[in-house]
Design a protein around this ligand. Sequence first.
Ligand code: NAP
Length: 243
Amino acid sequence: MSASLVWISGASGGIGQALAKTVPWEGARVIGISRHRPGGTIDHLKADLADPSMWPVVGDSFHREMEGFDGDHVVFVHAAGTIDPTGFAAEVDSDAYLRNVLLNSAAPQVLGQLFLAAAHSLDAHRHLVMLTSGAARSVYPGWASYGASKGALDQWVRNVGAEQDERGGVQVLAVAPGTVDTAMQAKLRNTPEADFPSRQKFLGLHEQGKLSDPQQVAGQIWALLDRGLDNGSVIDLRDLAPS
Ligand SMILES: NC(=O)c1ccc[n+]([C@@H]2O[C@H](COP(=O)([O-])OP(=O)(O)OC[C@H]3O[C@@H](n4cnc5c(N)ncnc54)[C@H](OP(=O)(O)O)[C@@H]3O)[C@@H](O)[C@H]2O)c1
């Protein structure tokens, strides 16, 4: 049995993929959750997380793998997310809007709850990390659902972190990674200005070479787990002093 168990949603691309490549514990069992198969040698749990019928499948994986686990680390990083459909709420496709709400708002809470329940009585270092965004606090027309989902996620993390501080002991964090050079950013640059009036800002960051490297960001996220942060912390990597 591996000494560390790590689930990463969104491990097939972007920040999730970089996290999967840089897991800090040698020999860790890494399970990537996504629709497409992740590269490398990690295990794949194929799931469309905008489909609520897949959430219990992920919960079963948490319970099955943690049953009898006597290793050192158990971690779930929820990185899966989407900016689709970017556009004004009144104008976007309603089915796509519903998928956005299910994936970005509901899935993290439900999967997070399933992880906490499965990890409740384990004697190991346990971490639940949610990828959030500066969009939780800033207003971006075209991103109503995306921003609302990240804002809700931050508040979920604050509350559940306070709960776990009192009873449970799982460290729960939300991490905003800054502006990172992934497919999500490329998609944003290709969005019509009418659907996302702030597009120029992100085009500019790209042109000026100011997007962060996913691998570097992944290293910063893993390093947070050793920093003794308060449970329920919502961290923006751009605000962090070097450790
Ligand atoms: N990049 C940035 O600048 C930035 C900034 C702030 C916050 N974030 C946050 O960081 C996280 C990762 O972003 P990223 O830039 O790495 O995104 P990305 O490059 O677009 O990758 C998204 C990942 O999520 C998975 N995913 C998307 N829809 C899914 C679904 N329905 N079911 C299961 N998995 C799904 C994708 O896998 P499949 O397609 O294989 O399913 C992929 O692995 C997101 O939560 C995002 O909101 C990113």
